[in-house]
Design a protein around this ligand. Structure first.
Ligand SMILES: Cc1cc2nc3c(=O)[nH]c(=O)nc-3n(C[C@H](O)[C@H](O)[C@H](O)COP(=O)(O)OP(=O)(O)OC[C@H]3O[C@@H](n4cnc5c(N)ncnc54)[C@H](O)[C@@H]3O)c2cc1C
Length: 474
């Protein structure tokens, strides 16, 4: 086999593996280098997302939700279960099985598409050569006309709360607790903190989330964040805003935390501490000094709007570059770059990337918040519809939250849709389609939505933009 490729991708997360498959589909001779080692010591393709991110967190969220429902939802339906228990080995084992199924699946897809996988750490050298260092220290060099950097991200570590993999953990550690911690501390009320905090809360942990910002879920629309905060408080998640961690010390009886809030210095002892204060682009050892590839002020690989680094034939995608750190954003960049390399018309629109938080209730949005539009001076109108008036949601006993649609005041073009409630991770897709087609709220208002479904909340919110919702006052 020749070691000269058309495309080499470094990183096999959702950005890199998708780029590799699309490049191979387009007839390009493609290799993909990845260093992730699974629990069995073998290569585990799929990056953060499949190994320690999106997929395992959703597996545990679903398992823990079933358990939570027994106590909190079943009785409403007239079903009672005595003394439910969780078997931790099965709980974690199910998640591991799903991870293995999906990481193995990428290997199959590589085979089917004739992508050549390499197991090891890839380093870009001058002239689009890639040096690969295997686990055993063996080195080999391959080269390509184009190299796509997709090295992803890693959790940010706090210097005064360093990960030890036991008491102070990152996302990977919090997906692998062998027993339910009695007291769990979470630093950061972002997506990861809320999702993993929810998992362990549902199984009975006392969860305290410490968040430095004064505002809850600042990236979301304020109306949606308000509903979510109320629901999380009802579930017993103790979220402390405007609270800054100063110290975390591991002692025999737990992790001793010192944090400052509006009332001064506070102390808290927890059994486990999850630090989820954000992620940073991972470029350690990725670039030889003379490649010419630059990093931006936040340590991300600097790229233009076509994900090109400015160095001939070198591109970068996913969490390692600007834009939201979301799997689907990286995958779409991967497809676009492969198409640009093949001389086709690739396309990526960062303005319509949907955000989803898989808590209970779920939170989802796409486009601008009301606050952003106010700041930008854009004239807008708003429609709202509560799930409390949606028959399907009531029948499911999940009639919490709302859909909020924002359209331009003059053109009616949809500028943003924000949701909190049941199934909104799926409902947001319809709104993204409408926004990508430059649709108006009237377009959605005129489309037939099946009854009774949760999607009627989107329909009614669209009607409500024009003050003509049917099942509520306007
Ligand atoms: C707990 C958690 C839950 C999440 N849930 C969601 C979710 O529900 N939805 C969502 O959209 N996003 C979610 N994310 C974010 C998502 O995982 C990331 O946005 C996504 O994985 C980024 O993809 P990527 O391909 O850019 O990088 P990564 O997935 O980080 O993959 C990068 C890969 O490159 C490898 N690598 C790095 N450097 C080298 C090198 N020099 N040589 C060889 N290999 C290298 C790494 O080992 C890794 O395998 C979650 C993240 C976490 C932590």
């Amino acid at each position: 086999m020749s070691d000269k490729f058309d495309v080499i991708v470094i990183g096999a997360g959702p950005a890199g593996y998708v780029a590799a498959i699309r490049a191979a589909q387009l007839g390009l001779k493609t290799a993909c280098v990845d260093a992730f080692t699974g629990k069995d010591g073998k290569q585990a393709l799929g990056g953060t997302c499949l190994n320690v991110g999106c997929i395992p967190s959703k597996a545990l969220l679903d398992s823990s939700r079933q358990f939570w429902n027994i106590a909190h939802n079943f009785p409403v339906h007239g079903i009672s279960v005595d003394n439910p228990k969780v078997d931790m080995a099965t709980f974690i084992g199910r998640k591991d099985k799903i991870v293995k199924q999906f990481t193995g699946g990428i290997g199959q897809l590589f085979k089917a598409n004739k992508v050549t996988p390499f197991f090891g750490k890839g380093k870009l050298l001058k002239g689009n050569q890639v040096e690969i260092t295997g686990n055993d220290g063996e080195k080999q060099t391959i080269s390509a006309t184009n190299v796509i950097l997709a090295s992803g991200s890693v959790p940010i570590e706090l210097p005064f709360a360093k990960f030890d993999g036991k008491a102070i953990v990152d996302n990977a550690g919090a997906l692998d607790f062998t027993e339910v911690p009695k007291r769990l501390g979470v630093i950061g009320a972002g997506v990861i903190g809320l999702e993993l905090g929810s998992v362990w809360k549902r199984l009975g942990a006392e969860v305290t989330i410490i968040e430095a910002l004064p505002e809850f879920l600042a990236a979301a629309d304020a109306d949606i964040a308000k509903v979510a905060a109320k629901e999380f408080a009802k579930q017993g998640l103790d979220i402390k805003l405007n609270a800054k961690l100063n110290k975390a010390e591991v002692k025999k009886d737990g992790v001793h935390l010192v944090y400052t809030d509006k009332d001064g210095e506070q102390k808290l002892v927890v059994d486990k501490l999850l630090v989820a204060v954000g992620r940073r682009a991972y470029t350690d050892g990725l670039l030889a000094d003379d490649t010419g590839v630059k990093l931006d002020e936040r340590g991300r690989i600097a790229v233009d709007e076509h994900n090109h680094t400015g160095v001939d034939g070198v591109w970068a995608i996913g969490d390692a570059v600007r834009g939201p750190m979301l799997a689907h954003k990286g995958s779409e960049e991967g497809v676009a770059v492969a198409e640009w390399i093949a001389g086709k018309a690739g396309h990526i629109n960062l303005d319509t990337v949907p955000w989803v938080i898989y808590t209970e209730p779920e939170i989802a949005w796409a486009g601008k918040t009301e606050k952003q539009l106010k700041e930008e001076g854009v004239p807008y109108k708003v429609g709202n519809f509560p799930f409390a008036a949606i028959g399907r949601a009531v029948a499911m006993n999940e009639a919490v939250g709302q859909v909020k649609m924002i359209a331009h005041a003059d053109t009616d073009r949809i500028l943003g849709v924000h949701m909190v409630g049941p199934g909104v991770s799926e409902l947001i897709a319809e709104c993204v389609v409408a926004m990508e087609f430059k649709g108006s709220s009237e377009d959605l208002a005129r489309i037939v939505h099946a009854h009774p479904t949760l999607s009627e909340a989107v329909h009614e919110a669209a009607l409500s933009v024009d003050k003509r919702a049917i099942h509520k006052g306007n």
